[in-house]
Ligand binder design. Structure first.
Ligand code: GAR
Length: 207
């Protein structure tokens, strides 16, 4: 299965996918395209280092949001990708792309949805909010993407304990390493194996 990975920043989740492909866990997966919302994303260097085609597509560089949306859709379709993986992608997708790739877009969120999610809850912010609330566990969620922020069917979640001396940065790093980089490749594996179905906005994962 060929996938497109959308990025905005460091690309540690992209790297985790690349590493799992190399190690064989995702040996039948090919990254056909990396699409970045920023020309400065280090994820672009990771793509170049691994010979993966990459493009920067920012809505502000297009005459209209609709034309940007259509161009994103064309780029993914032209690359022959069947699944879009949002791996730290911080822009909102356009409605054409979301509709065309209905149930074929997944996102990694750095908190346990429905906590600490929604508009504006990205990057370090969910961790700041989790510590401010005093939660004792946090983690990450892989979910399908629909028209609303972080509200599509949940595929996988993984938790870590929150420790008394955690800072948002320390918690963020632990969740990235122990949760995000584990469940994002796992969700791709499950989808490629046809083990994920959706009914009434609930995702069911076969053992
Ligand atoms: C990750 O923590 C990811 O969960 C988060 O951005 C970071 C990107 O890291 N995504 C969101 O907050 C989306 N709401 P990366 O570029 O190193 O993979």
């Amino acid at each position: 299965m060929r996938i497109a990975v959308f990025v905005s920043g460091g690309g540690t989740n992209l790297q985790a996918i690349i590493d799992r492909i190399k190690e064989g866990y995702l040996s039948d997966i090919e990254i056909g395209l990396v699409l970045s919302s920023s020309p400065d994303a280090y994820a672009l260097t990771r793509a170049a280092d691994n010979g993966i085609p990459a493009v920067v597509m920012r809505a502000k560089d297009y005459p209209s949001f609709e034309e940007w949306d259509q161009s994103v859709l064309d780029a993914v379709s032209d690359a022959g990708c069947e699944l879009i993986v949002l791996a730290g992608y911080l822009s909102l997708l356009g409605p054409l792309t979301v509709k065309k790739f209905s149930n074929r877009i997944i996102n990694i969120h750095p908190a346990l949805i429905p906590s600490f999610c929604g508009e504006g809850m990205y990057g370090i912010r969910p961790h700041v909010a989790a510590l401010a609330r005093g939660v004792k566990v946090s983690g990450a969620t892989v979910h399908f993407v629909n028209e609303e922020y972080d509200s599509g069917p949940i595929i996988l979640q993984k938790t870590v304990n929150v420790l008394s001396d955690d800072t948002p940065e320390i918690l963020q790093q632990r969740i990235m390493k122990e949760c995000e980089q584990v469940i994002l490749p796992e969700a791709i594996r499950l989808i490629a194996d046809g083990k994920v179905t959706i009914e009434n906005n609930i995702a069911y994962v076969k053992d």
